[in-house]
Design a protein around this ligand. Structure first.
Ligand code: MRU
Length: 345
Protein backbone atom coordinates (compact mmCIF):
# COMPACT_ATOMS: atom_id res chain seq x y z
CA UNK A 1 0.00 0.00 0.00
CA UNK A 2 1.44 3.35 -1.07
CA UNK A 3 0.61 6.38 1.06
CA UNK A 4 2.67 8.85 -0.98
CA UNK A 5 2.99 9.13 -4.76
CA UNK A 6 4.63 11.82 -6.85
CA UNK A 7 4.64 12.45 -10.59
CA UNK A 8 5.62 15.59 -12.45
CA UNK A 9 4.69 18.38 -10.05
CA UNK A 10 1.77 16.52 -8.44
CA UNK A 11 1.85 14.92 -5.02
CA UNK A 12 -0.79 12.33 -4.25
CA UNK A 13 -1.49 11.32 -0.66
CA UNK A 14 -3.74 8.59 0.66
CA UNK A 15 -6.07 10.41 3.08
CA UNK A 16 -5.44 8.41 6.25
CA UNK A 17 -8.17 10.20 8.19
CA UNK A 18 -10.75 8.34 6.06
CA UNK A 19 -9.34 4.83 6.56
CA UNK A 20 -10.54 2.12 6.91
CA UNK A 21 -13.94 3.27 5.63
CA UNK A 22 -12.74 4.90 2.44
CA UNK A 23 -9.55 4.47 0.41
CA UNK A 24 -9.27 7.90 -1.14
CA UNK A 25 -6.24 9.62 -2.64
CA UNK A 26 -5.95 13.43 -2.79
CA UNK A 27 -3.81 15.42 -5.23
CA UNK A 28 -1.70 18.36 -4.13
CA UNK A 29 -0.04 20.97 -6.30
CA UNK A 30 0.92 23.53 -3.68
CA UNK A 31 2.92 23.19 -0.49
CA UNK A 32 0.46 25.09 1.74
CA UNK A 33 -2.18 22.40 1.27
CA UNK A 34 0.46 19.78 2.08
CA UNK A 35 1.24 21.61 5.36
CA UNK A 36 -2.49 21.34 6.19
CA UNK A 37 -2.49 17.64 5.25
CA UNK A 38 0.39 17.02 7.68
CA UNK A 39 -1.27 19.03 10.48
CA UNK A 40 -4.61 17.28 10.05
CA UNK A 41 -2.87 13.90 9.77
CA UNK A 42 -4.09 12.99 6.32
CA UNK A 43 -0.49 11.85 6.15
CA UNK A 44 1.23 10.84 9.38
CA UNK A 45 4.00 8.65 10.79
CA UNK A 46 7.52 10.02 11.19
CA UNK A 47 9.16 8.79 7.95
CA UNK A 48 6.05 9.53 5.85
CA UNK A 49 5.99 13.10 7.17
CA UNK A 50 9.66 13.48 6.17
CA UNK A 51 9.08 12.18 2.62
CA UNK A 52 5.95 14.35 2.26
CA UNK A 53 7.78 17.48 3.44
CA UNK A 54 10.51 16.88 0.86
CA UNK A 55 7.88 16.73 -1.90
CA UNK A 56 6.10 19.79 -0.48
CA UNK A 57 9.35 21.72 -0.99
CA UNK A 58 9.53 20.42 -4.56
CA UNK A 59 6.05 21.87 -5.12
CA UNK A 60 7.23 25.16 -3.58
CA UNK A 61 10.29 25.27 -5.86
CA UNK A 62 8.04 24.67 -8.87
CA UNK A 63 5.69 27.47 -7.78
CA UNK A 64 8.50 29.97 -7.22
CA UNK A 65 10.91 29.00 -10.00
CA UNK A 66 10.16 32.07 -12.17
CA UNK A 67 11.15 34.47 -9.36
CA UNK A 68 14.57 36.10 -9.06
CA UNK A 69 17.12 34.09 -7.12
CA UNK A 70 16.96 36.01 -3.83
CA UNK A 71 13.15 36.17 -3.78
CA UNK A 72 13.07 32.47 -4.67
CA UNK A 73 15.30 31.68 -1.69
CA UNK A 74 13.20 33.87 0.62
CA UNK A 75 10.01 32.06 -0.41
CA UNK A 76 11.70 28.68 0.00
CA UNK A 77 12.76 29.68 3.52
CA UNK A 78 9.15 30.61 4.37
CA UNK A 79 7.86 27.31 2.96
CA UNK A 80 10.49 25.39 4.97
CA UNK A 81 9.49 27.21 8.15
CA UNK A 82 5.78 26.52 7.61
CA UNK A 83 6.54 22.84 7.11
CA UNK A 84 8.85 22.73 10.14
CA UNK A 85 6.06 24.23 12.26
CA UNK A 86 3.49 21.64 11.16
CA UNK A 87 4.35 18.90 13.69
CA UNK A 88 7.15 19.26 16.24
CA UNK A 89 8.03 15.77 17.47
CA UNK A 90 9.06 13.56 14.53
CA UNK A 91 12.63 14.50 13.67
CA UNK A 92 12.38 12.97 10.18
CA UNK A 93 10.50 16.12 9.17
CA UNK A 94 13.43 18.40 10.08
CA UNK A 95 15.93 15.91 8.66
CA UNK A 96 14.18 15.98 5.26
CA UNK A 97 13.79 19.79 5.30
CA UNK A 98 17.53 20.15 6.01
CA UNK A 99 18.41 17.78 3.19
CA UNK A 100 16.32 19.82 0.76
CA UNK A 101 17.66 23.11 2.12
CA UNK A 102 21.19 22.20 1.07
CA UNK A 103 19.88 22.19 -2.53
CA UNK A 104 17.71 25.32 -2.65
CA UNK A 105 20.40 27.31 -0.87
CA UNK A 106 23.00 26.49 -3.54
CA UNK A 107 24.38 29.65 -5.15
CA UNK A 108 25.64 28.13 -8.40
CA UNK A 109 22.37 26.68 -9.75
CA UNK A 110 19.47 28.26 -11.65
CA UNK A 111 16.00 27.96 -10.09
CA UNK A 112 15.15 25.41 -12.78
CA UNK A 113 18.19 23.32 -11.90
CA UNK A 114 17.34 23.64 -8.20
CA UNK A 115 13.82 22.36 -8.86
CA UNK A 116 15.10 19.38 -10.86
CA UNK A 117 17.72 18.52 -8.24
CA UNK A 118 15.15 18.81 -5.44
CA UNK A 119 12.75 16.56 -7.33
CA UNK A 120 15.46 13.88 -7.65
CA UNK A 121 16.41 14.31 -3.98
CA UNK A 122 12.80 13.87 -2.75
CA UNK A 123 12.49 10.73 -4.89
CA UNK A 124 15.79 9.49 -3.42
CA UNK A 125 14.54 10.14 0.14
CA UNK A 126 11.41 8.13 -0.62
CA UNK A 127 13.31 5.25 -2.25
CA UNK A 128 15.88 5.19 0.58
CA UNK A 129 13.15 5.02 3.19
CA UNK A 130 11.58 1.98 1.55
CA UNK A 131 14.99 0.30 1.25
CA UNK A 132 15.80 1.06 4.91
CA UNK A 133 12.53 -0.50 6.02
CA UNK A 134 13.27 -3.66 4.07
CA UNK A 135 16.74 -3.82 5.64
CA UNK A 136 15.28 -3.29 9.13
CA UNK A 137 12.79 -6.06 8.44
CA UNK A 138 15.62 -8.46 7.62
CA UNK A 139 17.68 -7.43 10.66
CA UNK A 140 14.71 -7.31 13.05
CA UNK A 141 13.11 -10.62 12.11
CA UNK A 142 16.16 -12.39 13.56
CA UNK A 143 14.87 -11.35 17.01
CA UNK A 144 11.53 -13.05 16.54
CA UNK A 145 11.18 -16.59 17.81
CA UNK A 146 9.02 -19.27 16.17
CA UNK A 147 5.24 -19.02 16.60
CA UNK A 148 5.41 -15.54 18.11
CA UNK A 149 2.58 -13.29 19.17
CA UNK A 150 3.65 -9.66 18.87
CA UNK A 151 2.04 -6.56 20.34
CA UNK A 152 2.32 -3.25 18.50
CA UNK A 153 1.08 0.27 19.14
CA UNK A 154 -0.14 3.01 16.81
CA UNK A 155 0.80 2.47 13.15
CA UNK A 156 4.41 2.09 12.13
CA UNK A 157 3.58 0.40 8.86
CA UNK A 158 3.55 1.07 5.13
CA UNK A 159 1.13 3.93 5.75
CA UNK A 160 3.58 5.66 8.11
CA UNK A 161 6.55 5.34 5.74
CA UNK A 162 7.46 5.10 2.06
CA UNK A 163 6.34 1.46 2.27
CA UNK A 164 6.75 -1.84 4.18
CA UNK A 165 6.99 -0.05 7.54
CA UNK A 166 9.39 0.00 10.48
CA UNK A 167 7.76 -2.00 13.29
CA UNK A 168 5.32 -3.57 10.83
CA UNK A 169 8.22 -4.12 8.41
CA UNK A 170 9.88 -6.35 11.02
CA UNK A 171 6.57 -8.12 11.59
CA UNK A 172 6.07 -8.54 7.82
CA UNK A 173 9.57 -9.99 7.39
CA UNK A 174 9.10 -12.36 10.34
CA UNK A 175 5.68 -13.39 9.02
CA UNK A 176 7.24 -14.27 5.64
CA UNK A 177 9.62 -16.58 7.52
CA UNK A 178 6.61 -18.28 9.17
CA UNK A 179 7.45 -17.01 12.65
CA UNK A 180 4.41 -14.84 13.43
CA UNK A 181 1.35 -16.53 14.88
CA UNK A 182 -0.58 -13.33 15.57
CA UNK A 183 -0.26 -9.59 16.07
CA UNK A 184 -2.11 -7.74 18.82
CA UNK A 185 -2.84 -4.16 17.73
CA UNK A 186 -3.55 -1.53 20.37
CA UNK A 187 -6.40 0.66 19.15
CA UNK A 188 -4.31 3.76 20.07
CA UNK A 189 -6.62 6.46 21.34
CA UNK A 190 -7.28 9.26 20.69
CA UNK A 191 -6.95 9.01 16.90
CA UNK A 192 -7.14 5.21 16.64
CA UNK A 193 -4.19 4.63 14.31
CA UNK A 194 -3.99 1.03 15.59
CA UNK A 195 -7.66 0.25 14.99
CA UNK A 196 -8.03 2.18 11.75
CA UNK A 197 -4.62 1.73 10.12
CA UNK A 198 -2.59 -1.15 11.60
CA UNK A 199 -5.59 -3.49 11.71
CA UNK A 200 -6.43 -2.51 8.11
CA UNK A 201 -2.85 -2.90 6.84
CA UNK A 202 -2.25 -6.28 8.45
CA UNK A 203 -5.61 -7.67 7.34
CA UNK A 204 -4.86 -6.58 3.75
CA UNK A 205 -1.64 -8.62 3.99
CA UNK A 206 -3.37 -11.64 5.51
CA UNK A 207 -1.40 -11.40 8.77
CA UNK A 208 -3.58 -12.60 11.69
CA UNK A 209 -4.36 -9.57 13.88
CA UNK A 210 -6.41 -9.08 17.03
CA UNK A 211 -7.57 -5.60 17.96
CA UNK A 212 -7.46 -4.61 21.62
CA UNK A 213 -8.30 -1.39 23.40
CA UNK A 214 -5.26 0.27 24.94
CA UNK A 215 -6.30 -0.69 28.48
CA UNK A 216 -6.28 -4.42 27.59
CA UNK A 217 -2.52 -4.58 27.00
CA UNK A 218 -1.63 -5.34 30.65
CA UNK A 219 -4.20 -8.14 30.78
CA UNK A 220 -2.85 -9.72 27.58
CA UNK A 221 0.70 -9.65 28.97
CA UNK A 222 -0.45 -11.10 32.29
CA UNK A 223 -2.14 -13.96 30.45
CA UNK A 224 1.23 -14.81 28.85
CA UNK A 225 -0.10 -14.12 25.35
CA UNK A 226 2.57 -11.65 24.25
CA UNK A 227 6.07 -12.81 23.26
CA UNK A 228 7.46 -9.39 22.37
CA UNK A 229 6.49 -5.81 21.66
CA UNK A 230 7.64 -3.86 18.61
CA UNK A 231 6.93 -0.17 18.09
CA UNK A 232 8.19 2.59 15.83
CA UNK A 233 9.70 5.92 16.88
CA UNK A 234 9.33 9.62 16.16
CA UNK A 235 12.65 10.73 17.61
CA UNK A 236 15.49 8.93 19.38
CA UNK A 237 17.91 10.89 21.57
CA UNK A 238 21.66 10.22 21.78
CA UNK A 239 21.17 8.15 24.96
CA UNK A 240 18.52 5.91 23.34
CA UNK A 241 15.40 7.50 24.89
CA UNK A 242 12.56 7.10 22.39
CA UNK A 243 9.62 9.40 21.65
CA UNK A 244 6.71 7.53 20.10
CA UNK A 245 2.91 7.62 20.15
CA UNK A 246 1.36 8.36 23.53
CA UNK A 247 0.95 5.07 25.38
CA UNK A 248 4.28 3.61 24.28
CA UNK A 249 5.91 4.41 27.62
CA UNK A 250 3.13 2.61 29.50
CA UNK A 251 3.65 -0.47 27.32
CA UNK A 252 7.39 -0.42 28.00
CA UNK A 253 6.80 -0.28 31.77
CA UNK A 254 4.37 -3.21 31.48
CA UNK A 255 6.77 -5.17 29.30
CA UNK A 256 9.52 -4.63 31.84
CA UNK A 257 7.31 -5.87 34.68
CA UNK A 258 6.29 -8.96 32.71
CA UNK A 259 9.84 -9.57 31.40
CA UNK A 260 8.75 -9.29 27.77
CA UNK A 261 11.31 -7.96 25.22
CA UNK A 262 10.51 -4.41 24.10
CA UNK A 263 11.87 -3.50 20.65
CA UNK A 264 11.90 -0.20 18.76
CA UNK A 265 12.36 -0.15 14.97
CA UNK A 266 13.52 3.09 13.33
CA UNK A 267 15.75 4.22 10.45
CA UNK A 268 18.80 6.42 11.04
CA UNK A 269 16.73 9.48 10.02
CA UNK A 270 14.76 9.14 13.28
CA UNK A 271 17.84 9.65 15.48
CA UNK A 272 18.57 13.12 16.81
CA UNK A 273 22.09 13.00 18.17
CA UNK A 274 22.00 16.74 18.82
CA UNK A 275 19.98 16.05 21.95
CA UNK A 276 21.34 14.08 24.86
CA UNK A 277 18.14 12.71 26.40
CA UNK A 278 14.45 12.32 25.68
CA UNK A 279 13.65 15.19 28.03
CA UNK A 280 14.71 17.55 25.28
CA UNK A 281 12.24 16.15 22.75
CA UNK A 282 9.34 18.56 22.09
CA UNK A 283 6.03 16.77 22.63
CA UNK A 284 3.20 17.86 20.38
CA UNK A 285 0.02 18.90 22.22
CA UNK A 286 -2.94 18.44 19.88
CA UNK A 287 -6.52 19.75 19.93
CA UNK A 288 -8.29 18.66 23.10
CA UNK A 289 -11.45 17.84 21.15
CA UNK A 290 -9.57 14.80 19.78
CA UNK A 291 -9.91 13.39 23.33
CA UNK A 292 -13.47 14.60 23.90
CA UNK A 293 -14.68 13.13 20.62
CA UNK A 294 -14.34 10.03 18.51
CA UNK A 295 -14.65 11.26 14.92
CA UNK A 296 -17.55 13.70 14.99
CA UNK A 297 -19.18 12.10 18.01
CA UNK A 298 -18.88 13.66 21.47
CA UNK A 299 -17.96 11.02 24.05
CA UNK A 300 -17.56 13.54 26.90
CA UNK A 301 -19.14 16.81 27.96
CA UNK A 302 -18.04 19.51 25.50
CA UNK A 303 -16.54 21.69 28.23
CA UNK A 304 -14.61 19.00 30.14
CA UNK A 305 -10.92 19.77 30.77
CA UNK A 306 -8.67 17.46 28.78
CA UNK A 307 -5.04 17.10 27.75
CA UNK A 308 -3.75 15.66 24.49
CA UNK A 309 -0.01 14.99 24.34
CA UNK A 310 0.46 13.10 21.05
CA UNK A 311 3.68 11.35 22.13
CA UNK A 312 5.54 10.20 25.22
CA UNK A 313 9.16 9.33 25.90
CA UNK A 314 10.27 5.81 26.81
CA UNK A 315 13.51 5.82 28.80
CA UNK A 316 16.25 3.73 27.18
CA UNK A 317 16.48 1.56 30.32
CA UNK A 318 13.14 -0.03 29.35
CA UNK A 319 14.21 -0.87 25.79
CA UNK A 320 15.67 -4.27 24.93
CA UNK A 321 17.04 -3.29 21.50
CA UNK A 322 16.64 -0.71 18.74
CA UNK A 323 16.40 -2.15 15.24
CA UNK A 324 17.90 0.22 12.64
CA UNK A 325 18.81 -0.02 8.97
CA UNK A 326 22.47 0.15 10.04
CA UNK A 327 22.20 -2.77 12.47
CA UNK A 328 20.84 -3.81 15.82
CA UNK A 329 21.58 -1.53 18.76
CA UNK A 330 21.63 -2.97 22.27
CA UNK A 331 22.63 -1.38 25.61
CA UNK A 332 24.87 0.51 26.31
CA UNK A 333 22.76 2.64 23.95
CA UNK A 334 24.75 5.87 24.26
CA UNK A 335 27.92 4.14 23.12
CA UNK A 336 26.38 1.70 20.64
CA UNK A 337 24.17 4.25 18.85
CA UNK A 338 27.32 6.17 17.89
CA UNK A 339 29.14 2.98 16.96
CA UNK A 340 26.33 1.62 14.76
CA UNK A 341 25.29 4.91 13.16
CA UNK A 342 28.90 6.10 12.84
CA UNK A 343 30.53 8.73 15.03
CA UNK A 344 30.34 11.33 12.29
CA UNK A 345 26.55 11.17 11.98
O1 MRU B 1 0.70 10.89 15.35
P1 MRU B 1 1.23 9.89 14.35
O2 MRU B 1 0.19 8.99 13.80
O3 MRU B 1 2.05 10.58 13.28
O4 MRU B 1 2.22 9.02 15.21
C1 MRU B 1 2.90 7.96 14.59
C2 MRU B 1 3.77 7.19 15.50
O5 MRU B 1 3.87 7.46 16.67
C3 MRU B 1 4.60 6.11 14.88
O6 MRU B 1 4.79 5.06 15.76
C4 MRU B 1 5.97 6.68 14.48
O7 MRU B 1 5.81 7.87 13.75
C5 MRU B 1 6.78 5.72 13.71
S1 MRU B 1 6.10 5.43 12.11
C6 MRU B 1 7.15 4.39 11.27
Amino acid sequence: MEAIKYTAGKLTLLDQTLLPNRVEYKEFDNYRDVVKAIKTMQVRGAPAIGVTAAYALVLAALEFRELGSSEFKQKMAVASKELADSRPTAVNLFWAIERMKKIWQAENLTNGEIFETMEREAQAIQAEDLAMNETMGEIGQELIGPNSTILTHCNAGALATAGFGTALGVIRAAFKKGKVKRVFADETRPLLQGARLTAFELMEDGIPVTLITDNMAAYCMQQGWIDCIIVGADRIAANGDVANKIGTYGLAVLANFHKIPFYVAAPYSTFDLSIKTGQEIPIEEREHDEVRKIGDYWIAPEKIEAINPAFDVTPHSLITAIITDKGLIKPDFEENIRKVLGYGY
